[in-house]
Design a protein around this ligand. Structure first.
Ligand SMILES: *[C@@H]1O[C@H](CO)[C@@H](O)[C@H](O)[C@H]1NC(C)=O
Length: 283
């Protein structure tokens, strides 16, 4: 009884993030740290190891926000991965990966989406700001009809539910949030041409203001916040479960894709000589 009450009150306040409560540090032998009473999490990378963490909860639909401040200066060869993933061979996954660069050259934001174990849906962007100076908010809005990748509230990419065209959509497997900072200088920066400068180690990435307005997986089922709470959390602009992109957001997304997209699998003819995947032909 007491446990049930406690669980209820935890669910009710689950949106005001605290890293101690919401996450476990999973690897890095002390290189990942939760500080400031749980308000800030830092990951670090040196020549011996990177580090990482994962959410305690699994989620099935929601709007999940995290603020990140990326490795500053010469971050060549470093990769900061921030993603949602389920488990098993037919897993679903929603990826943000930030590929570091030499000082003054832009990071690449690499995104991908796996459904039923199948990915190959890469889209890459530059950002319209320097992601190492301040914190910026990276969000996933995930409901049964679409998955929207957002940066500071601006949609950069949408994956619509086109099960009607035979494309599986992530909607049955709960996902955990994962993040890690690691070295990939064999491919990350300019395709591996630029190596990590280890004299600059340790490299550090910062996380704060986690917010999951989401359905939490517990005891084999998904427990969603009440509709009125979802609405409140969306700032009255509409609840994420019912979210459809409005005209203004579509315009913003087109602006990003026109000006900052550097790779889109849906336009890579060499890769799909027999025709693009079905989801590519949906507006
Ligand atoms: C790094 O900067 C170079 C030069 O602007 C650019 O070609 C490259 O795509 C950037 N990102 C990565 C991850 O190499």
């Amino acid at each position: 009884m007491l446990v049930a009450l406690l669980a209820c009150s935890l669910l009710a306040v689950a949106s005001a993030g605290n890293f101690y409560r919401d996450f476990d540090i999973t690897w890095g032998d002390g290189r990942a740290k939760i500080v400031n009473n749980g308000d800030l999490l830092t990951l670090s990378l040196d020549k011996a190891s990177g580090s990482g963490f994962q959410s305690k909860n699994e989620y099935l639909f929601g709007k999940i926000d995290m603020q990140l401040k990326l490795v500053t200066g010469n971050s060549a060869g470093t990769v900061t991965a921030y993603y949602l993933s389920s488990q098993g061979p037919n897993h679903d996954e929603i990826d943000f990966e930030f590929l570091g660069n030499v000082s003054g050259d832009p990071y690449t934001l690499h995104t991908n989406l796996f459904s039923q174990g199948k990915g190959n849906r890469e889209m890459q962007f530059k950002l319209w700001f320097d992601p190492t100076i301040d914190f910026h908010t990276y969000s996933v809005l995930w409901n049964p009809r679409q998955i929207v990748f957002m940066v500071d509230g601006t949609p950069i990419r949408v994956f619509r539910n086109v099960e009607s065209k035979g494309v599986p959509f992530p909607k049955n497997q709960p996902m955990r949030i994962y993040s890690s900072l690691w070295n990939a200088d064999d491919w990350a920066t300019r395709g591996g041409l630029i190596k990590t400068d280890w004299t600059l180690a340790p490299f550090t990435a910062y996380y704060r203001n986690f917010n999951a307005d989401a359905c939490v997986w517990a005891a084999g089922r998904s427990q969603c916040p009440a509709a009125r709470n979802r609405k409140a959390a969306a700032g009255g602009a509409g609840a994420w479960m019912e979210y459809e992109m409005d005209v203004a957001s579509q315009k913003r997304m087109r602006w990003v894709q026109r000006n900052f997209m550097i790779y889109n699998y849906c336009t890579d003819r060499k890769r799909f000589p027999q025709g693009f995947p079905p989801e590519c032909t949906v507006a």
